[in-house]
Design a protein around this ligand. Structure first.
Ligand code: ADP
Ligand code: 5GP
Length: 188
């Protein structure tokens, strides 16, 4: 059996964070990757937990040393998946990456054995309802995130699997089944 690199993507509010947390809590063979970012830590965030917080110079240095499986810029800060960290974790665990659709497709280019799972909402309106319920963003920001949904969902066919997050327990179990199935496949 191999350990699998799993990429979980999908529109903001679809439930990625909720599902990633449950997968890691319930399966000791799954670990969550930690990305590098140049943004400042928010209150309550710790270096090495939510992210590795590094400077722009350190980030550029890491790019020049081919240290990322993928990276991109969001809101004037850089975010990237550290290659060594992920490859080391894969020696002992299945590794879960929670990144956006373009990041996921870049990971697949760098690491073709990665398994890409797109999380789908039961409906577009349900996403809005979940974002409003989560209440971490203003209505303006929620509207901005809603505009990106169609763009992300249109890339669904480039992903290996699509899982609908309607009933949370069913979605978690669908993903566990995909991982178990993929673990038994041989590498590409
Ligand atoms: P994302 O990480 O994709 O932005 P979150 O995991 O933060 O999304 O989920 C957004 C909101 O939706 C949260 O308030 C979460 O509790 C809720 N949520 C997640 N999955 C479900 C579900 N299957 N049914 C109802 N609410 C859900
Ligand atoms: P935040 O600053 O809110 O934690 O994250 C901002 C954005 O960066 C989110 O859309 C998040 O998915 C994305 N992000 C976080 N880590 C990575 C990463 O390693 N690679 C890429 N491409 N995006 C990331």
């Amino acid at each position: 059996m191999r350990n699998v690199l799993i990429v979980l993507s999908g529109p903001s509010g679809v439930g990625k964070g909720t599902i990633a947390k449950l997968l890691v809590e319930r399966n000791e063979d799954i670990s969550l990757s930690i990305s590098c970012t140049t943004r400042a830590p928010r209150i309550g965030e710790t270096d090495g937990k939510e992210y590795f917080f590094i400077t722009k110079e350190q980030f550029k240095d890491k790019i020049s040393k081919d240290g990322f499986l993928e990276y991109s810029e969001h809101f004037e800060n850089f975010y990237g998946t550290p290659k060594d960290f992920v490859l080391d974790s894969l020696k002992t665990h299945n590794v879960l990456l929670e990144i956006d659709v373009n990041g996921g497709l870049d990971v697949k280019k760098a690491y073709p054995d990665a398994v890409l799972i797109m999380l789908l909402p039961p409906s577009i309106e349900e996403i809005r309802a979940r974002l409003i319920k989560r209440s971490t963003e203003s209505i303006d920001k929620i509207n901005l995130r809603m505009q990106r949904i169609e763009y992300e969902l249109n890339k669904k066919d480039l992903y290996d699997y699509a899982v609908v997050n309607d009933n949370l327990e069913v979605a978690v179990s669908d993903i566990e089944n995909i991982i178990n199935q993929e673990k038994n496949k041989t590498s590409k």
